[in-house]
Every structure is written in C-alpha cells, then in structure tokens.
Design a protein around this ligand. Structure first.
Ligand code: LLP
Length: 382
C-alpha cells in the first residue's frame, strides 16, 4: 500500500499497535497463484498456516481453493475450523505428539509428512488402534543450502528436519511393509525467504534423482511435495507488492515431470505483503549521536528483526517533514527490541502513525505477551 492510501482517519479511533491487513492485495495474490497453476490441474497449493493463522485470512484463503499445510495439532484445528477440507490438509513436524496424530487421524487429513522412522512406527500403531490407514509421505532432507537467513534454512544434512536422503529408501520400505499406513510419496522443504530461483532448481534436480532412484528400486512415488520458501522483497513493498510467482512456478514446470502431482506449501509469499504493523511514536529521544523514535509496538508484536536481524521497510504515515535518520525502537525491556537502525523517516512527532511493512507473515503468528503486553489486534481493509 502506498503511503497515502492507509485510512488514517479510521486509524485515529484505534488503539495502537495493531496489524492492518489489505485483503484486496491478498485477493490479488491468490488470483495470481491460481493463474500460474491453472494449466496444472494435478498441482495443489497449500497455505502454510504457521505464517499467519488469523481466521479472517484463513477463510479468504480457503475460499480461493488452497489447501492447508500445518505443523501442529493446533494448526490442524485452526485449518478445520476455517473450513479447509480435511483431505486438503498436510501435516509436517518433527515432534508430533500422540494427541496431535490422533486428532489428525480422526479428522481424516490428506497427508502426514513423516520426519523419522520412529514417528512412522507411532503413526502406524495409532492408526492400527483405530482401524484406520494413515496416508504418509516421507520428508526428505535434501541437503541443499538455500540463500537465506541462517536461522531459517532447513534443508542441510545436519538439521533436525526430515530423513537424510541416503536413508529414505530404507524408511520407504518400512512404510510399504506397514498395513496401517499408505505410502504416497516424498516431501521436501529447503528453507524460507528464498529469492534465487536456482535454489529451487537445485531442489528439482535432487527430487528427480531421488524419485528415479527409488522407482528403479521398485518404490513407486505417487506424488511429491516441494514445500514452500518463496521470498518477498522486504525492501520494496511499494514497487514489488507481490512475490514472483511466475518465476517460481515456471521453475517447477520446467524441471519436474508434468505427469506426477506436485504439492506446494507457500506461507510468506501469500500473506507477508498484505500485512502492516501500525504503531505510533510515543517519544522522540535525542541521544549523543543517535536519534530514537520510540514506538508503541515491540518485539513481542513482531519478533523478526530481533530474532533474525530481518529488515522490514518502515514509513512515517503522518508526517511530510524533512527526512531524518532514526533508530526505531520498541518499549520492551531488551536491547534487541529494535525495528531498524538509521532509518530515514519523515520527521517524527509524538502520535505519528508508523507503518512496519510486509508484516503479514510470521508477525501476528509469532507474537507473544512478553512484558505482560496485550496481543496486537487485527484490523482489515474494507
Ligand atoms: N513447509 C515447511 C515444511 C516449512 O517448514 C515452512 C516454513 C513452510 C512450508 C512455509 O515456508 P514459507 O513459504 O513461508 O517460506 N519464522 C521465520 C520463517 C520460518 C519458516 C519455517 N518453515 C521468519 O519469520 O522468517
């Protein structure tokens, strides 16, 4: 959203901080995804609920026909409550507790993405105890390093996620031998906030090598799930308000065989751009060499800058004064409660509305009540 298009009159009556969601932009994004995959009826795009489980957004995403990708029993529940058809739900996670597996079995979800042989055995015995057959895929650790923040890469060999690719054949044989599971295919994910398409191309090559090898060994691979990870341009939300879905999906169209169904699990690229954390300037403090804009949102509302040194574009929506450099900091009792250092903002005054952009993914969903701060509510465009 461009600076002039935020409804500041409406904001005047609201307590800050809050998350503001541009549901029109979300719709344009969902439409763009649909357009990119409409020539592949066997492909299914799932929305990674971890990125944002706000029920209003979930309902809009269900209505667009996406499935859900969940990583906990709570997310499976949230997806079901929002109306995702159980069959469209895939469930990954290295530490699924028994109650979570049972909940997913009872709901009849579409797929368990299994991350270890030990987990496979537990799913098989819980399914057997209910007289059910659990549909499973094996999550493979593809051992591919993606170009992204160190804290959010997941595909390297020494990583808690997935089964090492050299050991997949053995676990697949185990799955095929279990009568209470139906072995369906393989699941991958190499990391998040990936902007370089060659990373996804490397994943495709790994998938093709592995599926060929397994099929030659007599293990049929009905479908593959390539995970998520498509990044967005945090620095330029106004020029590039949408992720590059064309480049992303065309990489997979080019490199994976058209005959095999493919599942995608996109989170950030769907919801990040449509969300803005709206906060107000409480105080402007002149330091020795720095000038601080102290705002009423903190790291408990949006932890990405403190946790990953992630940078979000920050704008002053209220001022047209000259630009000055500010350290934009929150009120939490932590030195890492900083949204950005040396950020050029139009001169700040107490009460100005500050927009922290591209905060729709991993913002509200990772918020906490640290320092007994209330959770920031969500406000939607009309
Ligand atoms: N599938 C799997 C198996 C995942 O682990 C993830 C994200 C996704 C899909 C969705 O990835 P996306 O399309 O959103 O990149 N909190 C971090 C990001 C953590 C991502 C965890 N896994 C952040 O704020 O950057």
């Amino acid at each position: 959203m461009l600076k002039g298009t935020y409804p500041l009159d409406r904001f005047q009556g609201l307590q800050t901080p809050f998350y503001y969601y541009d549901t029109q932009l979300l719709q344009l994004t969902l439409d763009a995804i649909r357009d990119e995959v409409k020539d592949r009826p066997q492909w299914q795009v799932h929305y990674a609920v971890k990125a944002n489980h706000n029920p209003v957004l979930l309902k809009q995403i269900v209505a667009a026909g996406l499935g859900a990708d969940c990583v906990s029993g709570g997310e499976v529940k949230a997806a079901l409550e929002a109306g995702f058809p159980p069959q469209s739900i895939v469930y990954a996670g290295v530490g699924k507790a028994d109650w979570e597996i049972l909940l997913a079995l009872d709901a009849g979800i579409g797929r368990f993405n299994v991350e270890s042989s030990a987990e496979l055995q537990v799913i098989a015995s819980l399914a057997a105890s209910k007289g059910l057959v659990a549909p499973v895929s094996l999550r493979v650790n593809p051992d591919i390093g993606a170009h992204t923040l160190a804290g959010i890469t997941t595909g390297l060999a020494e990583n808690k996620f997935g089964i090492y690719h050299g050991m997949v054949e053995e676990v697949a044989r185990e799955a095929l031998a279990l009568s209470s599971v139906r072995f369906c295919g393989l699941h991958f994910h190499i990391g998040s906030q990936i902007l370089e398409m060659p990373d996804f191309a490397a994943l495709c090559n790994r998938i093709n090598d592995l599926t060929d090898r397994l099929e030659r060994a007599g293990i049929p691979i009905a479908d593959v799930n390539v995970g998520g990870g498509l990044g967005i341009e945090y620095g330029h939300p106004n020029h590039l308000p949408m992720a590059n879905f064309k480049a992303y999906f065309s990489t997979y169209k080019r490199l994976l065989p058209a005959s095999r169904p493919v599942h995608f699990e996109l989170g950030r690229s769907i919801v990040a751009p449509c969300g803005t954390l709206i906060t107000r300037v409480l105080y402007v403090k002149e330091g020795l060499a720095r000038r601080f804009a102290i705002v009423d949102a903190g790291m408990n509302d949006l932890i990405r800058p403190a946790l990953y040194h992630a940078s979000h574009r920050i704008e002053n929506l209220s001022s047209n004064g000259p630009e000055l450099p500010y350290d934009v900091v929150g009120p939490c009792c932590e030195s890492s409660d900083v949204f950005g250092k040396d950020i050029l903002l139009e001169e700040c005054h107490r009460g100005d509305f500050i927009a922290i952009r591209s905060a729709g993914a991993y913002g509200e969903s990772m918020a906490s009540q640290y320092n007994c701060r209330p959770l920031a509510p969500a406000v939607f465009s009309e």
